[in-house]
Design a binder for this molecule. Structure first.
Ligand SMILES: [Zn+2]
Length: 91
C-alpha cells in the first residue's frame, strides 16, 4: 500500500494530467482505506474548483512540492474534526 505522502502527490498530479492505470489503482485503493486521505482528496477537489494557485499546476520542483504539501497539510488540519485515526504518519 502506498503511503499518504505518495497518495497526496497522486491526487495533485491527477488534477493536471491523467494518472497511469497503476497510479490510479494505487490511489483509489489508498483513499478507500485511508480516511485522512479521503478528506484530503475532497479538499484537493475543492481547492482546485476555486482555483488555488498551488493546485493549478503540477509541482515541478522540490520547492514547489514542499509548498504544495504545506497547503495540503493546512487543508487537512483545518478539517480534522472527525479524523480519529492517527496512523497516517509517513515520515
Ligand atoms: Zn492516507
Amino acid at each position: 500500500m502506498i503511503m499518504c505522502r505518495a497518495a497526496t502527490r497522486l491526487m495533485s498530479k491527477q488534477l493536471d494530467v491523467s494518472l497511469t492505470r497503476r497510479e490510479a489503482t494505487l490511489l483509489r485503493f489508498h483513499v478507500m482505506m485511508c480516511k485522512a486521505c479521503r478528506r484530503c482528496q475532497q479538499q484537493f477537489n475543492m481547492l482546485h474548483d476555486i482555483g488555488d494557485p498551488f493546485i493549478e499546476r503540477a509541482p515541478d520542483s522540490t520547492e514547489d512540492l514542499e509548498r504544495h504539501q504545506q497547503a495540503v497539510e493546512q487543508a487537512r488540519l483545518s478539517s480534522k474534526s472527525d479524523t480519529d485515526e492517527s496512523n497516517d504518519k509517513t515520515d
